[in-house]
Design a protein around this ligand. Sequence first.
Ligand SMILES: Nc1ncnc2c1ncn2[C@@H]1O[C@H](COP(=O)(O)OP(=O)(O)OP(=O)(O)O)[C@@H](O)[C@H]1O
Ligand SMILES: CC(=O)C(=O)O
Ligand SMILES: [K+]
Ligand SMILES: [Mg+2]
Length: 571
Amino acid sequence: MAQQAALIYSLTPSRTFHKPYLLSSSPRFVRISAVQSDIKSLPQRNSLSHNVTQLKELTLPSYESEDTTTGIDVDAVTEAELKENGYRSTRRTKIVCTIGPATCEAGMLEAMAVAGMNVARINMCHGNHEWHRAVIKRVRRLNEEKGLAVAVMMDTEGSEIHMGDLGDGVVSEKAEEGEIWTFSVRACGSERPERTISVSYDGFAEDVRLGDELVVDGGMARFEVVEKIGPDVKCQCTDPGLLLPRANLTLWRNGSLVQERNAMLPTISSKDWRDIDFGIAEGVDFIAVSFVRSAEVIHQLKSYINSRYYNKDVAVIAKIESVDSLGNLEEIIKAADGAMVARGDLGAQIPLDKVPSVQNTVVQLCRQLNKPVIVASQLLESMIEYPTPTRAEVSDVSEAVRQQADALMLSGESAMGQYPQKALSVLRNVSLRIERWWREDNDHGTINLPHIATSSSDRISEEICNSAAMMANKLEADALFVYTKAGEMASLLSRCRPDCPIFAFTPSTSARRRLNLQWGLIPFCLNFSDDMESNLNRTFSLLKSRGIIETGDLIVVVSDMFQSIQVIKVP
Ligand SMILES: Nc1ncnc2c1ncn2[C@@H]1O[C@H](COP(=O)(O)OP(=O)(O)OP(=O)(O)O)[C@@H](O)[C@H]1O
Ligand SMILES: CC(=O)C(=O)O
Ligand SMILES: [K+]
Ligand SMILES: [Mg+2]
């Protein structure tokens, strides 16, 4: 079968380290021995070439599923990246792509996975269950057939106010200055009168007042309310712009966001609960909850999942996009398994100039609380239409990478844009470049990570990970290895944002997919025993036989089972 081809940008080979350390691998003790002092023989980091030297076409071979009792599950994409670029040059920042009409076919999904998509996001605001089920199935098949670990994230609709669909085949409408448009709580159906938009919230006509400002999609277009006639609200366009199907609507009065009765709408609507049941049944890995206002709803969803689907491994991501969430950030993030800075709606609820500081706050808070964080929306908005990004967009992406967010997200760029693969490769290349720059810039200081563990055993794990990451940096190790059943130790290592990549070995395919969202983690599926000596020997020979590691590589190892750090030179 013809495989989709995609472009992989190869950086010059850099794996020529000669590591001068030799370590014994005794579990339970941190035992460093025979440390030699020929550190000068290490290559200068800045001697690693920055040049993008070759463009290579990569097709994914069909994947023979490994017997994980003996083998190791690693996919062709990771393998190629590790071999081509060397460990130090692998991308640490993960990429979430929203799947829509532009990317939902199997070939495109594969091309996106080859080009670096770590997580596929489906937005329940659009499409129906049949459409979403087909996408999830295609991703799952891709994972099975090609040995990939692309996770699926389902994003709930939430019950904020938005416009209805524009009708069959209508992808957008332009509102011009001065035009009068009708926003109505009546469903318009297929015979939508000209310049009429349906509104999702029944209380809309009652809540608005003459003179209110109606803002579409955080400022894509603006209207002033000029007349109310029963269910219809006549509005005059004051700022022309594009109206997209199901665009978000906010009302402003005297410079403040109006939250009349819509503030009482549930964060998780009855449709959302049905979508959540659907998503869990279809095996999604993450549920991203829109418009979270407080920690309560996260607790509610998590206990629902635990009681109803106790054997399912579903992580809950709190989307930070509601003005009300900002006073409860810490509790919300603590309650959730991760967070998303959903800048689209956030920018419609708070002044735009406040969005960057909220982004920074959420990213840093997540890092401190050890929760993965995604920076989302409009990263490369212009690439929906154009093949190159603006300089400002590239700067915005680099800022998120410099903040060391776990993941960046594409929205319309990958869902319905004309250049989804190009947008993905911009995220990849900017990430690689900025990560390298960040590592080479020795002046980034150390971020103070507070203790997060509550039990003494967790506290030990935390300290082990902090120390292992620090050792790996000081020894300029080639990689950190972590053997982890549920992924906790892997997260703790990722939280330290070490200089080298983290190979996370887990026996669980769902844990492997979940870890794919986290900064710097390269998750592998591997069945391991309680005998670390034999786990290591097996891992070394498996990875060596595939050319991923080589004799002499310096590895720092931690595991769930033994509270120890081992430093080993690959035999
Ligand atoms: N499943 C889909 N079917 C059709 N179009 C889609 C689909 N998913 C996304 N799109 C299109 O891509 C655009 C961007 O999608 P995205 O899901 O990122 O919206 P968003 O507004 O950023 O997210 P949210 O609705 O969660 O605030 C949408 O406005 C829509 O036009
Ligand atoms: C992603 C999303 O929901 C937003 O930016 O609004
Ligand atoms: K959504
Ligand atoms: Mg949103």
